[in-house]
Write a protein that binds this ligand. Sequence first.
Ligand SMILES: [Zn+2]
Length: 372
Amino acid sequence: MLALKAFKYRLYPTEQQEVLLNKTFGCVRVVWNHNVEVFNKFDKNLAQQEQPLTSTLLRKKFDWMNEVSASALQQKEIDFKAFKKDYFSKTRKKKVGRPSFKHRDAVQKYRLPNQKFTLNKNTIRLEKRGKVKLVLDRPVPDDCKFMSVTVSKNLCNQFFASVLVETRIIQKPKTGKVIGLDLGIKAFLTGSDETTIKNPSYFRESQARLAKAQRHLSRKQKGSSRRKKAKLKVAQIHNNIANQRKDFIHKTTIKLVNNYDFIAIESLNVVGMVNNRKLAKSVSDASFSKFTEVLSYKAAWYGKKVVKVDRWFASSKICSCCGWKDKELKLSDRTFKCKVCGMEKNRDLNASENILKEALRVSSAIRTPSEC
Ligand SMILES: [Zn+2]
């Protein structure tokens, strides 16, 4: 199976290159913001609408734009066209808001198509920027096809190159094993075969550090250099948390995809859960939606199956053995006790078994295994 994969590397530009990269980000921003501005001027009462200038015309108008790669500007134009198409699409599923301006103090990005960059052993050659030093900590597969590269700068002033390639993915061997997962607050996940994965404690520790840094920042005077420093500190902690989470999700999902052929999960109402303030921190820590997304695409890559069970299905209130429903079960009840068959089980384990059963029921592809 062919799939798109991104490989992200840290870049170490020289001071001069840094200036040039920042210029590219700036010019790309001009292209985007110009398009946004014209888009927002749309007036249905006018017979003739204003049309945005193409990147070629913008380059003619602003001489300094010629210092940067024309392809990078074109790619941004393509992005805006894609946005517009999505905005006016009648079949789109998600709501798309009006376009917003890109600011210089946000994460910066620009993209180059495949002919405009070359990935070498310790460097990447970027059009108009030359060879930039990079650390190739994860090589791209030998037979892959290069699609594009996205150069970015985060809020901690770190530069990255994310190389997108098309590659053949070898499916993982089948194990014949199935699992139902209950995602939760106490344990990150509980599997129907009694595997549990805890929420890493470092999420909490980083959250505490973040809260402290934010308090620190709020006391600094606007425009002062101390404020700037405190702001960078906050950005660094955010960055750390994001990296830890990415790493945790990557490791957990690959473990599941290696071990199971069929994975059942509940489609979560994450927004609803986050609104409940008491649960909010743990839920956002655990980042269920990201986990579900990564698990789903990895399963698709490696020939495994993820089935989502309707979130209204009362997984925790049903006895996984006889099907009796405990309507009075409270969130604080950690053990499920069945008044009909007498089964007593950890609440999350019972829920995960129900999720697995329900997923197997709705999915006709796989036979139902023996009941409990
Ligand atoms: Zn029962």
